[in-house]
Ligand binder design. Structure first.
Ligand code: AAO
Length: 388
């Protein structure tokens, strides 16, 4: 009995930090912009036999359709509703993917965009992936529904309404990140809409969430949403299992907000990992692999059991987000393989491998002007992943 109590206490403590993977599976792969039908096949054909723990998928909820530029990858970070309806597939295809992946022991983690809706300049109409009407100017998203009351417009104190300084935690959390309509997560109504969305996904069988733009939400507001979440579906998970949570917080030091503020809610992305590993493997700043002896906390990283780590992510492989020029990507194939191999072999953090697509890079004044290009497609429809 005592032993059982100890085990369940340990289980509870571990809760949202555990990826809910099968025994011995220590890594997930981000299948960036893949379709659900392709992911289902990939789980069965490749990921399960090769020991992958799970897949991070692109946001599954309805988003704005951007035509200028033409269907950029980043349109998926501008929600219109919580209907499961995107270029990756519809709700039936999503359910089939989750079922088939879980059946072969591969977990699905959803990229949850809950900090905001579309940009302030998103216009009005039905230019959305499921055709839901919205009016960004009036803050109307009837397919949720959200209205003017549900946004932080009155709370932000900058004259632009946007984040002018990352040194002010209030601005970062209450103002608009590059113009996105910022949801008022302090409101129980908003928390409930978000929790309903996430609970729908949990009931379908997902194992956890990446919380996009967590730095731009108050840790207490995130906790209030998480407290409303169901336990995982007992068809595949032990009773009482909690969703795995990893929060996207970029903390390279020197800003008002630190990763540690979010440890209570779940794991946090450790952006120092890829930035430093890139520096070492490129042998910049006199670094060398021998110095990796005390890799991990010894390098000033967060505690291993709070960290979600990666060599590159969908942002910094194309010059978005943060990390700087040391980040290794598939464009530096040999060094990239060394970095990914090292990461997978090393015990620090829970690891995530990146699977993306090639795009025609074109640099103007050091900036890739093609950083927006979406996945391979036919007139906007994502192409089937080639079966090699
Ligand atoms: C698009 C257009 C915009 C337009 C907007 C609204 O590109 O021009 O204004 O629509 O119409 C993605 C794309 C965005 C895109 C968006 C929506 O990346 O370009 O905007 O979809 O379509 C910050 C956030 C972080 C965020 C990152 C991109 O903190 O959460 O920006 N990442 C996530 C997703 C990302 C997505 C969103 C969030 C939005 O992964 O794909 O955006 O849902 C500093 C801060 C960071 C900050 C960066 C970049 O970083 O610390 O918190 O990230 O700046 O603004 C050094 C420093 C480092 C610093 C960095 C850059 O490295 O050490 O701290 O320099 O200055």
């Amino acid at each position: 009995m005592k032993f059982f109590l100890l085990l369940s206490a340990l289980g509870l403590c571990w809760a949202q930090y555990s990826p809910n993977t099968q025994q011995g599976r220590t890594s997930m792969v981000h299948l960036f912009e893949w379709r659900w039908v392709d992911i289902a096949q990939e789980c069965e054909r490749y990921l399960a036999p090769n020991g992958f723990g799970g897949v991070q998928i692109s946001p599954p909820n309805e988003n704005i359709v951007v035509n200028n530029p033409s269907r950029p990858w980043w349109e998926r970070y501008q929600p219109i509703s919580y209907k499961i309806c995107t270029r990756s597939g519809n709700e039936n295809e999503f359910r089939d993917m989750v079922t088939r992946c879980n059946n072969v022991g591969v977990r699905i983690y959803v990229d949850a965009v809950i900090n905001h809706m579309c940009g302030e300049g998103g216009g009005a109409g039905t230019s959305s992936t499921c055709g839901s009407y919205f009016n960004a100017g009036n803050r109307e998203f009837p397919a949720v529904p959200y209205s003017g009351w549900d946004f932080n417009d009155g709370k932000c104190k900058t004259s632009s309404g946007g984040i002018d300084s990352y040194n002010d935690a209030y601005q970062v959390r209450d103002c608009r990140l590059v113009g996105f309509l910022d949801l008022a997560l302090e409101k129980d109504y908003v928390r409930t809409q978000i929790a309903n969305y996430m609970n729908n996904l949990i009931d379908i069988g997902v194992a956890g969430f990446r919380l996009d733009a967590s730095k731009h939400m108050w840790p207490g507001d995130i906790k209030a949403v998480l407290d409303k979440l169901h336990n995982l579906n007992t068809k595949w998970f032990p009773g009482g299992s909690r969703p795995f949570i990893f929060q996207e917080v970029i903390d390279l030091g020197g800003e008002a907000i630190t990763s540690s503020e979010y440890f209570g809610n779940g794991r946090v992305t450790e952006f120092k990992y890829g930035a430093k590993l890139g520096t070492v493997i490129r042998r910049w700043n006199g670094e060398k692999m021998a110095y990796l002896k005390n890799w991990g906390e010894g390098w000033g990283f967060m505690p291993s059991d709070r960290a979600l780590v990666f060599v590159d992510n969908h942002d910094n492989q194309r010059g978005h987000g943060a990390g700087g020029s040391s980040i290794l990507t598939f464009w530096d194939a040999r060094l990239y393989k060394m970095a990914v191999g090292f990461m997978l072999a090393h015990p620090y953090g829970f690891t995530r491998v990146m699977s993306s697509y090639r795009w025609p890079r074109y640099f103007v004044n050091g900036q890739d002007v093609n950083d927006w290009i979406g996945p391979p497609n036919n007139n906007g429809v994502i192409k089937e992943v080639t079966n090699y």
